[in-house]
Design a protein around this ligand. Structure first.
Ligand code: ATP
Ligand code: MG
Length: 262
């Protein structure tokens, strides 16, 4: 696929005029209303906006968990609408890690078993699986908590288990829906540091859906949604994206915001 970007780097996700209309009891809800944006590899990108602005709907469409009403999504070099359900599932299992707001851990399973679930679904051998689970738990600093069940862990630890689960299969992309939503500020900070290390040390593209101000501070690129539309894209000072877009330096001097307006 070539899209003519001069850097030769392709976006990890490219969304083009995307719409999702829900039909509910005779009412049309335009949850995603004509979104176009690119998400670039090896950056932390945030999609922010008020409750009901369409963030989760957009994330579900990107992951192939829901079908758009109109528009295109290219993800990890493929056209999502041309993929059938087994192909989408395969992509989710092998190339994408998910982190959910409510951690999404199985209450009766240990941290170790929870992290191993996607690897089991992939059919990894027990040896490979155990090594990857151990490595992932070590990476999030929870090797000593491997045997704990979720209720024997703090909220921050549970979210770290969820991150270990997302990264155990060595994905290229992590999609996180409100990963700090249920955490206090300090614990949320630790989770963001961990997600930042995934970008820097493991070259994983991280996309976070959130309304947490800390996430907006930390992300390299912030796309703000309102009523299903993209209102604004802010890029951290000093960053020039592969398509040439960058922050506006005049705005950078403005101490009210750590961001610049693209
Ligand atoms: N399955 C559905 N059927 C009908 N309407 C839906 C469905 N899912 C979401 N919506 C509506 O679409 C809009 C966008 O919802 P969405 O969950 O994407 O918002 P959000 O930005 O993730 O909000 P939050 O920050 O509260 O998680 C809302 O008005 C919601 O009520
Ligand atoms: Mg949501």
């Amino acid at each position: 696929m070539s899209n003519g970007y001069s850097s030769g780097i392709e976006p990890t996700i490219s969304i083009n005029n995307l719409h999702r209309i829900y039909h509910l009891e005779g009412e049309d809800i335009h949850a995603v209303n004509g979104i176009s944006l690119d998400i670039w590899p090896n950056y932390m990108t945030a999609i922010v906006g008020r409750s009901g602005s369409g963030k989760t709907t957009l994330l579900n469409l990107v992951a192939g968990l829901d079908n758009s009403t109109q528009g295109d999504i290219h993800i990890l070099g493929r056209n999502l609408s041309a993929m059938n359900e087994p192909e989408r599932l395969n992509m989710r299992l092998h190339e994408i890690g998910f982190v959910f707001q409510s951690f999404g851990l199985m209450p009766l399973l240990s941290a170790f078993e929870n992290v191993s679930i996607p690897l089991r679904m992939r059919g990894a051998s027990p040896r490979e699986r155990d090594a990857q689970v151990r490595e992932a738990l070590e990476w999030v600093g929870l090797a000593e908590r491997a045997k704990h069940r979720p209720y024997e862990l703090s909220g921050g630890e549970q979210q770290r288990v969820a991150i270990a689960r997302a990264l155990a299969a060595h994905p290229k992309l992590i999609l996180a829906d409100e990963p700090t939503g249920q955490l206090d500020t300090r614990t949320g900070r630790r989770i963001l540091d961990l997600l930042r290390r995934l970008v820097v040390e493991r070259e994983i593209t991280v996309v976070i859906v959130s309304h947490d101000p800390q996430v907006m501070q930390e992300a390299d690129v912030v796309h703000e949604m309102r009523d299903g539309k993209l209102m604004e894209t802010r890029i951290k000072p000093g960053i020039i994206l592969p398509d040439g877009s960058k922050g506006n330096t005049a705005y950078m001097e403005d101490s009210r915001s750590a961001y610049t307006v693209a």
